[in-house]
Structures are given as C-alpha cells and as structure tokens.
Design a protein around this ligand. Structure first.
Ligand code: ADP
Ligand code: G6P
Length: 423
C-alpha cells in the first residue's frame, strides 16, 4: 500500500473494545473532560503506533440527551475514538451483569454467583440477551466505519459475539479477537449455559489470541470437548475452515516510563515522596479494586508481618492505591467495604498519633505521580489470585532503573512475568 508521496501508508486498524482509552466526565451541557482510562487493556494498546488506528467503544457514561452525545462524539473524534451510547438498562444487564458478574468471575475461576446460577434463570437469560444485543450494536458501528482492507481487532470477554456478527455481514473482513483475561479450563467453561454459542462466535474470527500458551490450549480444548471440533497445531478446524489460535503476551510501552522519569515534575515528586517517607521502607500496591487482585489478602499479610516483626512497625509503610472499578456490581461493593474495614482495623491497631502503617487511596493516580511512586518504592506487592497479564509488575520494573527495589509476585504471576520480560 503506497501513499501519493511514495511512502508506504500505515495499515488501517479498527480497534473495538468495550472500554475506550479515554473516559469522559461531563462538565456542562455540551462540554466534556477526557482522562486516560485505567486498566490493562488500555495500557497495553497505548503502545500501538504502527497502525492508522481508530478505536470504537462504549462511551462509559450515560448520556441520554442528543446535545451531550453530539458534543462527546466530537470531543472523542479528536482522539480518534468513536463512542457507542448504551442506555442504563443495557449497561446494567450487559456490562454489570453478563460481563462483570458472570464472565469475569468465571474466567478467573471464581465461579458463577449462586443467585444467577440457581434462582434467577430469567435474569441470566435477560443478561445474555442484552450481551448479544450490545454486541450487535458494536457490530453496527463497525460496519459504519469499515472500509475495504481494514483490519478489525476485537477485544476481550465483552465482545465474544462480535466476530460472528462481523463475518455474517462481510465474510472477507479480516477479524481478530484477543482475550485480556485468562481463558479457563474447559471444565470451568462448561459451567456456562451459553458455552457453545460463545465459542462458535469467537471461532468466526480469522485469528484468536491469548496472553499465554496455556490460555490458548484451554480454548482449543474447550472447542474440541464442548463443540466436538478438531484441534490442530495452528488452531481449530470446523468443516474445512481453520481459525488460527495463538499466544501473544502483551507488554507495556517501556520507553514511555523511562522518559517520564527524566521529567522535572516527576523528579520533584520523587524528592517529596522520599522526604515524606524518610526512614521507612515503602511497600506499594497499585490495583483496580477487583477481587482477582488479592487486595484483602495482601493487607492481611502485611498485618501478619507487623504482628510477627514488632521492630518493623515504625520502619515500614504500605501504600495501596486502589482505583474503584465496576462500582455498580454488588461483589465489588462488598469488596470495597471489606478492604476499608481491614485497613481501618490495622491502622487503629498499629497507628500512632503521627503515623499510620497503611495509606489506602480509593482513586487513580495520574501517570507522572504513578511513575514517581514506582521509582521510590522499595517493595512492590502484586498479589493477584489469578490475572490475565498483570502490567503493574512491568511498570514497576521499568521505573526501577536506578533503585534496588524488590518485586513480590504471587505465584500465579511468575510465568506471566517471565513471558513478558524475555519475549
Ligand atoms: P487489569 O488489566 O486487571 O486492569 P493490569 O495490571 O494489567 O490490570 O493493568 C492495570 C493498569 O491500570 C496499569 O497500567 C496500571 O498502571 C493502571 N492502574 C491500576 N490502578 C491504578 C491506580 N490506582 N492509579 C492509576 N493507574 C492505575
Ligand atoms: C481488565 C479487562 C479490560 C477492562 C479493564 C478495566 O483489564 O480485561 O477489558 O477494560 O479490566 O475494567 P473496566 O470494566 O473498567 O473497563
């Protein structure tokens, strides 16, 4: 593909994900403030520079009025983003319900919440219907923006029906689907009433990607065991059609962190933090406030450490930066209260009039503040119970160029970090 000036033009790419890379906060009837969204999917794709890319995703907020929708669409267009507006009921059923109360816990081996599995089959069904409807809405927007030759890259568990809907529309469209979470063993996937439909819809893609070989293997064996299809070394075959399945571990834009550490505002912030915590070792946790991140377990382990090592009590501080996430889902609300309760108890037990052992912040930090914090940290604690590909561990390592900090990783993460560091 050549441009008029003879230079090769970049491949056009439509990225389709539930979450846009920027989140919108309404400041007036037709004015919006945009901030970078938190989460591994967004961080991983920020490094995507080799393509002429546009990003299609849910607007992330309820915008019932046309004035607001038009203004937000224009603001996002400057960031090469195309919003999809979902109403409150759809968000409740599709995003809070089927995506985050069913698929997310199941894919992380936490099971399906009891009330959905047993009592409210109707609610399960209506969430599943909404999920399909939302995927159709995404497909419609892709169709509007698709031009021949575009590659369409669908992301994550929110959009498992999208490859099927896109291929039904145009079988020549090049469609990829990538999962940012683990894909569980077929024994777990079998628990889903809609297990077969989901697999078949994903298989409509040309290429299906996972973070690790194990997740890819689980997917292929779910297709062979549940659908009775043929697994091959390249992927899954169905009546002569091959869907390629492979592992593509994601990483971070390492240079972006290295460059940030040189900035005067980051250096100044590092100095302030060092003074603030002088004489104490800094332990750090940076997570979305999600049950898979093992935040209560991390804080309870810290309490045990203080109990068993009294001489450390005034020489160490734990900074836990936990950005609230999926706050309308009851399991996440329970987790937030549980974490607050544990932090309060431990600070009450070991705090003094001038210092507390745990600083817990329920919020997101901006990129520069985060880099400064990573850089002055002595011990980073990544304690996920199960995680797709934890990027916080990479970010910490990237910012430790001149420090001799330690990264403590839960065992589930060891193999993942190895992949990212050496590939
Ligand atoms: P997940 O994919 O589950 O969100 P990852 O560890 O892969 O987890 O990615 C999380 C991303 O979100 C990282 O880039 C991290 O810097 C960012 N993030 C998480 N918590 C915060 C926070 N409290 N403040 C700022 N950024 C955060
Ligand atoms: C994980 C998921 C992403 C999601 C992110 C933040 O990384 O794999 O798809 O965007 O968490 O969660 P949220 O629900 O806020 O988009």
């Amino acid at each position: 593909c050549q441009r008029q000036d003879g230079r090769p033009s970049k491949q056009r790419l439509l990225v389709v994900a539930n979450r846009l890379p920027v989140s919108a906060i309404r400041r007036g009837e037709d004015s919006w403030q945009l901030e970078v969204s938190a989460g591994g999917l967004v961080t991983a794709l920020l490094g995507l520079k080799e393509f002429d890319a546009k990003w299609i995703g849910w607007a992330g907020v309820n915008v019932p009025d046309e004035v607001g929708q038009r203004a937000l669409t224009n603001a996002l267009a400057e960031k090469r983003c195309i919003p999809i507006f979902l109403d409150e009921e759809m968000v409740h059923q599709y995003y809070n319900g089927y995506c985050n109360n069913i698929l997310w816990p199941l894919f992380h081996y936490l099971g399906i919440p009891q009330e959905d599995r047993l009592a409210t089959t109707r609610s399960f069904q209506s969430q599943f219907d909404a999920y399909k409807k939302a995927n159709q809405m995404f497909a419609e927007v892709v169709k509007e923006h698709y031009k021949e030759g575009d590659v369409v890259w669908c992301h994550d568990y929110h959009l498992m029906f999208l490859p099927k809907y896109l291929k039904e529309y145009n079988n020549k469209m090049k469609v990829g689907w990538f999962l940012h979470t683990p894909f569980p063993s077929s024994e777990i996937h079998r628990m889903l009433p809609s297990r077969s439909e989901l697999l078949r819809s994903v298989l409509a893609a040309d290429l299906v990607g996972f973070h690790t070989y194990d997740y890819a293997r689980h997917f292929v064996s779910a297709c062979t065991r549940i659908l009775g299809l043929e697994g091959t070394p390249e992927g899954v075959e169905d009546q002569g059609k091959l869907t390629r399945v492979a592992a593509f571990p994601i990483g971070i834009d390492y240079e972006r962190f290295i460059r940030a550490l040189e900035l005067p505002q980051v250096q100044n912030h590092m100095k302030e933090l060092k003074q603030r915590f002088a004489g104490r070792k800094v332990m750090l946790g940076v997570d979305r406030l999600d049950m898979i991140k093992g935040i209560p377990q991390k804080i309870l382990a810290f309490e045990k450490f203080l109990e068993e090592n009294p001489h450390w009590r005034d020489r160490v501080v734990l900074l836990q930066i936990a950005v609230p996430t999926r706050t309308d889902v009851p399991e996440y609300q329970k987790l937030t209260s549980q974490v607050h309760e544990i932090v309060g108890r431990i600070n009450g037990k070991f705090g003094t009039l001038t210092a507390v052992p745990i600083h817990h912040l329920d919020r997101s930090l901006d990129f520069h503040a985060l880099c400064a914090l990573y850089a002055i940290t002595d011990v980073a604690l990544v304690t996920s119970l199960r995680d797709g590909m934890n990027l916080v561990s990479y970010e910490f390592v990237a910012c430790q160029a001149s420090n001799k900090g330690v990264l403590i990783l839960s065992e589930v993460q060891h193999s993942l970090l190895g992949l990212g560091l050496f590939w």
